[in-house]
Design a protein around this ligand. Sequence first.
Ligand SMILES: *Cc1c(COP(=O)(O)O)cnc(C)c1O
Length: 417
Amino acid sequence: MHDFKYKNNELYCENVKVSTIARQVGTPCYIYSHNTLVDHFTKLQKAFAEIDPLICFAMKANDNMAVLKTLANHGAGFDIVSVGELRKVKKIKADTRKVVFASVGKTEEEIVEAIKAKILFFNVESEPELVEINRIAGKMKVKAPVALRINPDVKAATHAKITTGTLKNKFGIDLATAHAIMKNTKKYPHIKFNGIHCHIGSQIITKDPFVKALERVLEFLDDVKADGIKLEYLDIGGGLGIIYKDEKPQTADKFAKAVLPYLKKTGLRIVMEPGRFIAGNAGIFVTEALYLKDNGVKKFLIVDGGMNDLARPSLYDAYHEIVPLKKKAGKKIKMDVVGPICESGDVFAKDRALPVFKKGDLLAIMSAGAYGYVMASNYNVRGRGPEVMVKGNKFEICKKRETFNDLIRGESVPNFI
Ligand SMILES: *Cc1c(COP(=O)(O)O)cnc(C)c1O
């Protein structure tokens, strides 16, 4: 499943002792397993081998270039949401023709650069956006490839902040509008309508929401066919759930078994956009115990990493397993694990039974490879810690710790003050 395991009571990432890395690069830090990234990607690839889909890693989950290059080397394309992400794809010399571009707010600069990069298609999220892409493509004298992102109005049974496929969310185009667009494609002479896209949310652990969404998509595709429009691609989005605690998410194989019959029926080339499934359990966040505080009512373990480094617990009430880098004998006690940030929401775990830590002990916060570092901020003027890639018995920093000078770059006090 993943390559973070204990050997002789010490946590290892592949063949490297995690504490060796942490002592060398300092804490807090993120550590990624190359082998785990490849394993998760390959699992999906194999499960869907008979239709040979294009797997576009949703790089908003983890955009470190070492992670991207690892996946590109295995044939991954990328699902991007900004021109910055596109530039990272170019920077690692990955194939921009395997890029799909979602986002409800694409700017002209982004659209122009993506057209020039010859991306596979734009996932278009509204009619006004379609009008804008048509205008820009006309100016550039090209046809821009587009997949309409339809909103199937399906509940994904996940956290409200990561559901996207209902009409209460800002994403995608409702079916009626999408029908109207497809009936009137002549209105958009500079658009090549070549696909349909659908992404209903994240951390979805059962097949049912996917199947329900696909049923609606198939109905939609039938209507489109009846209108005489030939499409090439169906992009089924991402959203596959992973294990954070005791979830029993579908495996790649089970997911494939549930959706393959629908996908094959379309006759279209399939694109998928997994993020969390590939990166989530391929990374950990390592932090050091600073203080154990007992106020008579509660015990708090204060660590040197905070919500600015790993936002998921404070943002989504997300559960992350917390383990010591060196296994400890003895009884566990209940405590809150908190960071140093001046916010009561800066909590990694509440009333968690953990071994008794002392100052200087190292802890790993697990499943931090997706939506971890990418959401980190400099709140409280804290430089973000390094990211480290491990492969076999090798490891290397793939993003340096931010220095104070990094934090104040571009900042100045006006003369009039
Ligand atoms: C976030 C997102 C994904 C990836 O979601 P995961 O849950 O990480 O797989 C894929 N496609 C789109 C359009 C997204 O917004």
